[in-house]
Design a binder for this molecule. Structure first.
Ligand code: P6P
Length: 334
């Protein structure tokens, strides 16, 4: 039987190799890993656990919150408040940043998360997940402010996601490759199951919500028309389409077998630059995808180069197999 590497052992070995995971960051990642195990357990209860359905409330995005959105958010807050590794947290489910209560020491990291991405899939038992991003608090910051969070994605020191699907997996990068852990539910342990994941530069699979096609701007329309033209078209090969409507599930498929994921801005709401949020969806996924040899842009520039202006700002997203992301990005620049 091959030796099983735990999350802790992986992080300690990565620290010895690259000296990028001080003990405080290792604690942060392990605590988030434990929180994701708790969320997986809550999600898995389904109708047996009084956790399905709407919470009869709205989040800062004006979206109706599911009970599990709130439960997942609480799990992450409570897991991370006491450890002394964080200066503050930010969540899709909270309008303002969450300061560490005075009774606990503050640390040098800031954690951002979408506690349960893909909520529209909860009640229909389709894979959902947690996305998180880690930034360092600015030197001499004092009391954390929203402004302290507004750092480009290139400043992330770690990022990851969990997928609550047929397996529960945790995918993680600290800047030296992308690694995948599978939850051993009997032991309650994260076990390293894939190291240094690489996304193929080419692909035959694309992910976009085609029901919005009449609203797309020309570069996206041109690109998807070419994908649909298949072998007889300019791309010279047939493509397949997938759209799970859970970013974590679509991104995990792309990490596993390649593909391009697109959530563009469109004419439905011209002032709204797409649906996905920069700080706790696009940035962490961009970090992971680039670390796996893929690319991630907003159609104009690298997502991780964007200077954030607001905590909950949205951004168009094109990410995955490098050659296809570069193609659709080039169409935006012509
Ligand atoms: P649509 C889930 O609500 C989410 O934020 C992403 O996880 C997903 O990719 C997207 O929205 C799905 O959006 O418009 O297809 O429902």
């Amino acid at each position: 039987m091959t030796k099983r590497i735990s999350l802790t052992q992986h992080l300690i070995e990565q620290q010895r190799l690259h000296n990028k995971i001080p003990s405080e960051l290792r604690l942060l990642i392990e605590v988030v890993g434990r929180a994701c195990k708790s969320i997986s357990h809550a999600v898995g209860k389904g109708a047996l656990g009084e956790v399905l359905g709407s919470a009869e409330s709205e989040n800062v995005q004006g979206e109706v919150q599911k009970k599990l959105d709130i439960i997942s958010n609480e799990i992450l807050l409570e897991a991370n408040e006491w450890g002394g590794h964080l200066a503050a947290m930010a969540s899709e489910e909270m309008e303002t940043i969450h300061l560490i209560p005075n009774r606990y020491p503050m640390g040098e990291y800031m954690l951002l998360f979408d506690p349960l991405d893909g909520s529209s899939n909860i009640d229909v038992n389709v894979s959902i997940g947690t996305i998180f991003s880690v930034l360092k608090a600015p030197e001499g910051m004092g009391t954390p402010t929203e402004q302290a969070f507004l750092q480009p994605g290139a400043k992330q020191v770690a990022a990851g996601y969990a997928v609550y699907g047929p397996q529960t997996v945790l995918v993680l990068t600290t800047g030296d490759g992308v690694h995948c852990f599978t939850l051993d539910r009997e032991m309650g342990a994260w076990v390293l199951t894939q190291k240094n994941i690489q996304i193929p530069a080419d692909t035959k699979e694309f992910a976009i919500n085609v029901s919005n096609s009449r609203h797309w701007y020309p570069p996206v329309s041109r690109y998807v028309t070419e994908l649909l033209a298949g072998k007889e078209g300019p791309l010279g090969k047939d493509f397949n389409m997938r759209w799970v409507a859970s970013m974590v599930a679509d991104v995990h498929r792309i990490l596993t077998r390649g593909g391009i994921f697109m959530y563009p801005a469109d004419a439905r709401e011209p002032e709204k630059p797409g649906k996905l949020r920069l700080m706790y969806e696009a940035n962490p996924m961009a970090f992971i995808v680039e670390q796996a040899g893929g690319a991630a842009t907003n159609g104009q520039q690298r997502i991780m180069d964007i200077q954030p202006e607001k905590l909950h700002q949205r951004v168009p997203v094109f990410l995955g197999s490098k050659n296809e992301v570069e193609r659709v990005t080039a169409y935006h620049q012509q």
